[in-house]
Design a protein around this ligand. Sequence first.
Ligand code: 2NL
Length: 344
Amino acid sequence: MNEPLSEIESQALRELAAVADDEALEAWRVAYLGRRGRLTLVLRGLAGLPLEERRNAGAAANRLKQQLESALAARKDQLAHSVAEALAADRIDVTLPGPPLPAGRLHPTTQTLRDVLDCFVSMGFQVVEGPEVEWDRYNFEALRIPRDHPARDMWDTLWIDYERDGERPMLLRTHTSPMQIRVMEQTEPPIRVVVPGRCYRYEATDPTHEWMMVQVEGLVVDEGVSLGDLKGTLTDFARRIFGPERRTAFRCDYFPFVEPGMELRIDCFLCGGEGCRTCSRTGWIEILGAGMVHPEILESVGYDSEKYTGFAFGMGIERIAMLRHGIEDIRLLYANDLRFLGQF
Ligand code: 2NL
């Protein structure tokens, strides 16, 4: 007999324990139990032994063969198991919902714009939008602001780089009034419209001025429209946006396109009229400009100003949003800082 069985046994079991994959397992099988394997050679060598010895050694060798075969089967099982476990640990459930995306929100200017429009829509106004690039004629001339009028100083304008007959007739609108002129040109009274949109002015920015702002203008034209209608409509608007307990006051102001012109103020909701920073110690906060549409404008769009009268108003939405939320610098609204925007 060439090799002691005990040596084969201990070596085989030690090596089998170290086997880590199917390939190594097959190599192990060939090395011990294959046709030229170590145990196989022992079994073959038995043939040359005397009978008595052969019976004893044969029984022991066969026991070892069975032991190695079942150890092989067990190890094979174990390996298959650990592969299955590794796969299970690595498994992806493709039906699980993904990680939640952070929800966005509407910009504070948009939120306030929608509230303002909702208010007027509920009173029967239509919402109309118009071009941001306008003609000089609609933005200024039709509104009684001729080229040499000092009122043009109020709108330092961004002109479009386009010349015609030595003039620059196109601009970025400075207010949404031009669209109201277009509406009047195209429709007969009664008219009840609000016109929201971006407007542009060539000016330095500071806490209360931006070079772009969202304006809402409103226009009502019909037979018998009076200053009382203006006051009732805008007082209701102010209370719906700033609270039903608000007191309102109209005061003279000048706009070339209205006569008379006025501003609407609400009592300061921060100090209750005592006087604070927000109301510049006056107890009152200006929220919009308004007036009765100038008869020359009605005539110029082809309306009979003896028959029809109207009122109009305009407001900056950023200013309304700033007052509602206590925002102290208009530039914060368009600085794209999520730490600021995430608060609304
Ligand atoms: C403002 C003040 C105002 C108007 C706008 C208007 C438009 C037409 C005719 C007459 Cl087509 N008036 N708009 C009137 C008074 C004031 O806006 O923008 N304050 C921030």
